[in-house]
Design a protein. Structure first.
Length: 375
């Protein structure tokens, strides 16, 4: 009789778990359908996926390394790719060029240099796993292919744009992960326990909120030793950005926890003897998941802009390493902007990335709105 009762309870538990899993699947399917109906958010998400794909495979897609210089080709204009000749359509090719003045080059039409796929060039580490020199495309010297021209050191802007995107695009993800974890931890504990713990943690959060973030970043970045490697400086900037951004998240999470902790399912979990940490992480914080997702999407542009600003001022990622911010710093004079407008392309990429994240965040906010209509 006892075994039969236990088997019946197990069966009911499995049935309930299956029903909950089905409800959760239907919930996320509904969210996905709402998001797809938001055209601008969908386009923004697709563009972001393409950007991340390009920067992750930067070593393979770029024809040159981000440190590779061509001393006789500084401020070289974007290379013109030809698709036809005197016989009609032909395989894409370029001509070699030679300098004739400051930032001026003349095409040598004496020989064609066809564009080669899977070209052997400079060596790089593919996905950080193994070294190779295989690139998606390239041309034989003395010709060069500069899709977006070169900078003041004769480095290929397109290649540096892809490598620099790794820093600018991933610094936001790293920063928001740390900020969310700190904000969820502090906000969850503060809202759940209340009393003295709540007062103490919220006063600490308010102290962080009172600190002017930009000036703090400038002060800390300016005292970093110049001999730090770019990777070390990258992680320090991520940590600094995260430490100044967690307080606002913690205050909102606290308010949501105060409302959720009195729900019946939370009271039931407490009555069954669940630990406080389990109740916070498994029952309360998931109720704030919609806010967390939207906040993360909308906060990443802040980190991208802050890193770009620091690097633009020379306090972030240092040369010869690339980020969109320090690449943009080469276009500070009106003369360079007018004569070599391709130097502004990193700024355009920053604008596109920030705009796409904001569009995606708006779409997610609408899709996760429980009051949204189903039509």
């Amino acid at each position: 009789m006892l075994n039969h009762k236990l088997q019946h309870n197990k069966h009911e538990l499995r049935t309930e778990q299956s029903a909950n899993a089905g409800k959760e699947y239907d919930f996320w399917r509904t969210i996905w359908q709402r998001l797809l109906r938001h055209r601008m958010a969908t386009y923004g998400g697709i563009i972001l996926i393409v950007i991340y794909f390009l920067v992750i495979l930067a070593g393979f897609i770029s024809p040159y390394g981000y440190r590779e210089t061509f001393k006789e080709h500084f401020f070289h204009h974007p290379t013109k790719i030809h698709f036809s000749d005197e016989d009609g359509l032909s395989w894409p090719y370029v001509y070699a060029t030679r300098p004739i003045g400051w930032g001026q080059y003349q095409t040598d039409p004496g020989q064609k240099y066809p564009l080669k796929l899977l070209h052997r060039g400079s060596e790089y580490k593919f996905l950080g796993l193994f070294r190779t020199n295989l690139h998606l495309f390239g041309v034989e010297q003395p010709a060069h292919i500069f899709l977006l021209g070169t900078d003041n050191f004769g480095r290929d802007v397109f290649s540096r744009l892809l490598y620099g995107g790794r820093v600018s695009m991933f610094i936001g993800i790293g920063g928001i992960i740390i900020s969310l974890l700190l904000g969820m931890l502090v906000g969850g504990i503060s809202g759940y326990y209340g009393g003295i713990t709540d007062n103490l943690l919220m006063r600490i959060a308010e102290v962080f909120l009172m600190i002017p973030q930009l000036y703090l970043l400038l002060a800390i970045a300016s005292i970093l030793p110049p001999e730090l490697t770019s990777s070390t400086r990258f992680f320090l900037i991520v940590i600094i950005l995260a430490l100044v951004g967690w307080a606002g998240i913690a205050r909102v999470i606290r308010g949501m926890v105060l409302a959720i902790k009195n729900e019946e399912y939370v009271q039931a979990a407490r009555a069954l003897g669940a630990s406080d940490s389990r109740i916070i992480w498994r029952h309360i914080l998931p109720g704030a998941s919609t806010y967390i997702i939207v906040r993360a999407t909308l906060a990443i542009p802040f980190y991208i802009l802050m890193e770009s600003g620091l690097s633009f001022l020379g306090l972030g990622i240092q040369e010869p390493s690339a980020s969109w911010g320090n690449m943009l710093s080469a276009a500070q004079s009106v003369t360079k902007i007018v004569s070599f407008p391709w130097m502004l392309i990193p700024g355009l990429m920053i604008f596109i990335a920030v705009l796409c994240f904001n569009l995606l965040g708006d779409g997610l906010r609408d899709a996760l709105d429980p009051k949204a209509s189903e039509d």
